[in-house]
Design a protein around this ligand. Sequence first.
Ligand code: KG4
Ligand code: ZN
Length: 332
Amino acid sequence: MSTILALETSCDETAVAILRGHDLLASEVASQNFAHEPYGGVVPEVASRNHLVHAPRLLAASLAAAGLALDDVDVFAATSGPGLASSLMIGASLAKGLALGRSKPYLAVNHLEGHLLSPFFGGAAQIEPNLSLIVSGGHTLLVEVRGVSDYRILGRTVDDAAGEAFDKVAKMLGLAYPGGPEIEQHARSGDPARFAFPRSMLDSGDYNFSFSGLKTAVRYMLAKRPNGEAAVADICASFQAAAIDVLIRKTVAAARSRGLRLVTLSGGVSCNGELRTRLKNECDRARLAFLAALPSLSTDNAAMIAFAAAWRFEAGFVSSVTDEIDPNLALA
Ligand code: KG4
Ligand code: ZN
């Protein structure tokens, strides 16, 4: 049973986790939201400087929480892409240095594979074939999964990622960053039918998404309407309903067309309760099994990177410390 220490620094969360077998011994995350909030988005230089401060601290905290020393670690893993180059570099360099210094294997992990496998965390004997919907701040992907590292991308966003649309609409409404949780909260008291926002590409005949038109429709509407508390709640509810409608329809259609009996959901936007509930209900109706990542493993964390590393290590993958990070690393 291997002990894996993983670092995740692809964007603005610094995270370290330790996994033994499939047991999570430690998972530390330092959010930098406060540092980026004034800018309404992630500033790469601010992110990498914060990673430098947080990573060594979280490394020590993780080892202490797990009751382990560095010498007890069998494999050092890190996210090698996709993400911000200056951020990826911090975690990957640290993991490579630790692996090199202790003559232990280094394993590079694709951030998206971390999200994609995260619904299986906690006891899955194998990765069942599934249709994976990954919805995060940087990506919106529909992936046919046949097993570890056997992926085929069926669809993706042609413009904004789903989470990015939540963040941008929240910013227009003067809500805090990140916008997804803010929109969800305001939507609870809003009327999702008040504004008929577009369901872009619903009948495009493929599995791609577009969220830019939806975002623009909100902007036009805001210019026409008073910005009262009720209007904000109704806008949030109507926007959220439109975004979720398209995600659900395409996900279920893709699973059916590929003959997949299981739908999985991961990425930061999968924290959204409305998305989880409605996708689950739709899967029930279509007689599809449904598995979502735990909310605590949905936004960026290192546990999912350690977990993906474990599956990859078991499958015989190792990386070289000379492997470079790749900000545009593809999943398939
Ligand atoms: O996976 P993640 O932590 O980072 C990326 O890899 O991008 O996802 C962050 C995204 C942000 O856009 C955030 O607004 C969104 O996930 N998010 C949500 C919710 N919680 C986080 N979107 C909708 N509803 C939520 N409850
Ligand atoms: Zn992510």
